[in-house]
Design a protein around this ligand. Sequence first.
Ligand SMILES: Nc1ncnc2c1ncn2[C@@H]1O[C@H](COP(=O)(O)OP(=O)(O)OP(=O)(O)O)[C@@H](O)[C@H]1O
Length: 304
Amino acid sequence: MVLQADDLWKTYGDRSVVRGVSFSLAAGEVLGFLGANGAGKTTTVGMLYGAVIPSRGQVTVDGFNVRSQGRRARQIMGVVTQEDNLDPDFSVFDNLRYFASFYGITGRAAQQRASELLEQVGLGDYARHRVDQLSGGLKRRLVLARALINRPRLVFLDEPTTGLDPDARQDFWRLVTQLKQAGCGVLLTTHYMDEAQRLCDRLLLLQKGQVINSGTPLDLIHSTIGEEVIEVDGMQEEQLQPLLTQFQTWGRLVGVHYLIAVPPKRGDELWEYLSDRHPAGLSRRRANLEDVFLRLTGHSLDEN
Ligand SMILES: Nc1ncnc2c1ncn2[C@@H]1O[C@H](COP(=O)(O)OP(=O)(O)OP(=O)(O)O)[C@@H](O)[C@H]1O
């Protein structure tokens, strides 16, 4: 295992914001942390790469203890934090060259590595630009390039695509897939369910500092919701519970419509039942991770 977390806790004052998180991550695996704002994702990730000291528990990276063998552990990892923390006065190229020196990569080797990475993240044309001239999306690419300077075997990506446009997000996804194919372990936190579903081999769902569920995206969807859901407009609140009881399923109001999990083998029956009563406002679709999140946590990710 490239990463192993055992019983991690973080307490501030009398409040435990991470409570007993344990998991492992294999080489070539992409593991996603999902959770609402304040669920404890960033604090947990901080403990994993050594920026936050755990109140209890331990982390090992490729067998090295992140606290007692921090230097060795850090040689193996790359970190993309939520903040860019790039040096605004340096050029794109020099940001990378300077960072390389922290890993003992200097001279021609540093130049070569910087050029290689700039091509890899699509910043080849920007090498001489100052960082403060870059758009937000280009800065995120540079932060990723910087995190890869030491050819890490484990990469932490804390909300790496927040604020990126759809094209830039797709580019980012391609890069993560390349890292995975190269055997790198990737730990990703995200608020985007499509990103989690597409990129992650496995997900941990965090709520109030605890892992409340885990599995592959499809396992989570199938075990929590099923294959499909029906969305209904124009239903009355008091109609919901009798319907759920009759069809032995789960559903709830989401914004302006009701979401109902289609029970196995009774999808057509449920559809006909609803068509008779709400013919104008019905649609049926595949269940997704948003639905899982809603059911397990009681609220949607953007309801915070
Ligand atoms: N240094 C600190 N002192 C006190 N409380 C903190 C500190 N750092 C984080 N917290 C609290 O810990 C909780 C978890 O925060 P954390 O940033 O880990 O959540 P998150 O899941 O990453 O949220 P987001 O999605 O908003 O980034 C929050 O309630 C936060 O206020």
